[in-house]
Design a protein around this ligand. Sequence first.
Ligand code: ADP
Length: 864
Amino acid sequence: MAAAASPMIEQYLALKAQAEGCLLFYRMGDFFELFFDDARLAANTLDIALTSRGEHDGAPIPMCGVPVHSSESYLARLIRAGHRVAIAEQVETPEEARKRGGSKALVARDIVRFVTAGTLTEESLLDPRSSNVLVALAPMREAIGIAACDISTGRVELEECAPAGLAAVLARVGASEVIAPEDWTGGPDGTIARPRGDFRSETGDARLKTLHRLATLDGLGHFTRPMLAGAAGLIGYLEHVGRGSLPLLLPPSARTGEQRLAMDAATRASLEITEAQGGGRAGSLAAAIDRCSTGAGSRLLSEDLSAPLTVRSEIEARLAAVAFFHRDPILRNDVRAMLRQCPDIARALGRLVAGRGSPRDLGQIRDGLAQACRVRDLLREVPEAPALLLKLIDMLGGHSAHIDHLAGALVPSPPTERSQGGFIAAGYDHGLDALRETSGNARRAIAALEAKYRDETDTASLKIKHNKVLGYFIEVPARHADKLMAADSGFTHRQTMAGAVRFNSLGLHEEASRIAEAGVHALAAEETHFETLVGEVFDRREAIAATAQALARLDVTAALAERAAEGDWCRPEIDDHPCFEVVGGRHPVVEAALARSGERFVANDCTLGPGDRLWLIGGPNMGGKSTFLRQNALIMLMAQAGGFVPARSARLGIADRLFSRVGASDNLARGRSTFMVEMVETAAILSQATANSFVILDEVGRGTSTYDGMALAWAVVEAVHEMGARCLFATHYHELARLAESCEALSLHHVRAKEWKGDLILLHELARGAADRSYGLAVARLAGLPPIVLKRAKAILDRLEKGRAETGGLAAGLGELPLFAASMQAQEENRDALREQLASLDIDALSPREALDMLYSLKKLSSD
Ligand code: ADP
């Protein structure tokens, strides 16, 4: 390769300058090549060989490459490692380049697409069971507009929030890529900066109207200026990464926070709703209850669990549909079996509209819609279907003409590769059939030629073969070649191999040309049909997406019923009052984990109401406190998501917010000032919880010294009690039990344990009353602490307990003195001393000097 700044490297550098922080995949023949730092980075991430090619500025240029045909898997790994990739394709053929600029002309290249985590549509790059969301943030004066979109299915949601609520929204949405204006720093780590001018509400309004051919957006919902600015940023970015072409974007819906159960990021993380603490779906609530038959169903279930409802009628509608399938296991089985046969039409549609679809995607749309019709026919027969189901049944149909059309046009299993053709069915286009017949006839003619030449040359081993370089040719072993070499043989020599010689003949050439010509025309015809079929799908995209959505909802409904039947769950009764009555409640994830090792989960009741709305729960470590707290929060959440719950019975008052906090020491591994984090998170509860909220607090205050921690825990319990929220509070501070004396709606509970012949037995059973002791040493013994250490600890404990008995313990006197009242009382005492002195003063009897002294002393008393 030529030295410094060869035309190729110049072209490369110009493209790289447009790639904006992305790795540049530079197409060279059958490879995508990477150069310079990109090459080093990619070679490292992909574990492929780093070589070099030519020189630039006197130094070798590092290079690595990936084959085009397997580039998707390399792309997937780079995207997963947090990179973005710009794809530079050859945009003319070498022949065109030569025609344009002579024999040395460089093939023109251009960036045709940016591949980023939030803009993927390829089946192989996406997880079928999780949504892939791109979020655009548009900070305006007092609110942030949020446009969230899953381009693999085209769903777009617009909302706005106060700056303080952003983290909670992002946690709910679970974005894989976030963009925001370049001059704003409020986004999460890794936010991609875009020009401020992209985020204009007027642009958003105009673009949405043009996109959906509407005169006004009013029919879709009420969109605020920040929401429209977010939409503008989103569309601008999608256009940028698609180099001018837009992916599937369905009409947006406006989301207003009040309709959903509010949960912040800390709550989501600690309840492990869609992701377990260690990362990944395994071990999460979603994984434990997901019995969906399709990827689209699993994605919708995760969305439901991430944003449960708060409107009673909507919850009841979902519950009624689940109950319907719960009652009828045969129908449930039939529907689930049919859904399993259903391809992911939402994603196939996404790929087709984005211009990255294949004949197979068209086939999936055909099969998916046909299956939807079959499901509809089945469900239409059932009597007394609930309202939600009737609505879904309606959305499943209306595609018959389109299905027939696709069925006539496509072969039964169309290929993913469209450039080879072969996907348009016979009988669909007579012109195409004729072309196929021509090449079929020519192929038969070639077979006949082979037989004829064998006879003529008397060479039984003569063969007509085909390869990419020569096309069709005649081959004979070298020892028979002489006959064909003769000047009048009618054969022309083409190639001599080690043991064989290859020839052409006029007859073969004619037949081969007929095949090639017909092939080119047939391919062109198939390509035109493909474009037309994709255009028809595009025109019907909203109806197809609605059917896909209905299938997903149906899947979630039947799957929740299946899970309920499998686990013997119950339909919760939904109440308008803030009650919480769970009988025989269980934790779905812990129960499943225990079942795998053959252990039984102990069910527990929990009853909270106006007169008894805060449970303080004590008992030994490992006794089941955390599990109990979480299971009740999850029961609340699952019910509001519209599902049955793991309990014998449940009556639940809808919660507006759900909070879950875990004391800092559980998170020590994270290394930050965890106590600080704990307090910030707790402060959020105290400022946001309402009388309709549901709060679980697990060992809050544990992240600091005993005195501080206990004092904080005490004050937090009092504040939550004051607020009226339903709350479960687990603590190992026995002293907090005294709060029962001052907080009338607080009751004491503990997880039971007993010692049996020196062994500790944890019963995982909840009982009323304060915990009698902590069994800390017994737990330590269970954990295998050396006997000598245990013995020493026992001696220290005896001393401490003796001290406590003498002084009344850490919290002596606190029962009568709620902490926040304590400082007020101290001030009050001072003021009283002042009053007493003033009252006892005989002013007339004072000398001027004594009066001055007295003033000094009063002043001092007042400032103490
Ligand atoms: P704590 O918060 O009191 O330290 P956990 O809730 O973390 O205790 O429970 C510790 C372990 O005990 C769990 O991992 C689980 O294996 C078991 N466990 C908890 N609750 C139950 C239950 N109700 N039935 C059976 N086993 C349970």
